[in-house]
Design a protein around this ligand. Structure first.
Ligand code: ZN
Length: 138
């Protein structure tokens, strides 16, 4: 197992109206963070989240067309095809506090979000196709 030490930490407000996944990825790329952990809280104007259907070996994605709180957005930074790549999941709450969650997809639009990325110094994990799951894994 590779060992990591904690590198730099960045905390940023993500732009209003930006795509949440894209904004986190942009931040990681700007800071040249190739391995790390991601957390964010805030609110979104709308969301698109996914569930990996293990039998069909594909993501089912759906849209939520209402403002939601980001109770938790957790993810990681690693490399995919040599590029800095963010994988994140979200737990979102509606105006009644009901919670849904899943794989964070493009199409989740930031109302306000505070993001923290902790860099892990060491050789960055690289993703490649995994036959067993059909996923791109370390
Ligand atoms: Zn996922």
């Amino acid at each position: 197992m590779p060992l990591f030490t904690t590198g730099k930490e960045v905390m940023e407000r993500l732009p209003h109206g930006s795509d949440l996944l894209e904004a986190i990825t942009t931040l990681a790329r700007l800071e040249k963070i190739r391995a790390g952990s991601v957390s964010a809280i805030g609110a979104v104007q709308r969301a698109r989240i996914g569930f990996y259907d293990q039998k069909a070996r594909q993501y089912r994605e759906w849209d939520i067309e209402e403002p939601m709180e980001i109770c938790s957005c957790l993810g990681n930074v690693s490399l995919k095809e040599g590029e800095i790549f963010v994988h994140a999941h979200v737990t979102l709450a509606d105006s009644d506090g009901r919670v849904v969650g899943g794989h964070l997809c493009p199409g989740t639009i930031v109302f306000a979000a505070e993001c923290r990325i902790t860099e892990l110094a060491g050789e960055a994990p690289s993703r490649s196709f995994d036959e067993t799951t059909g996923l791109s894994l370390w």
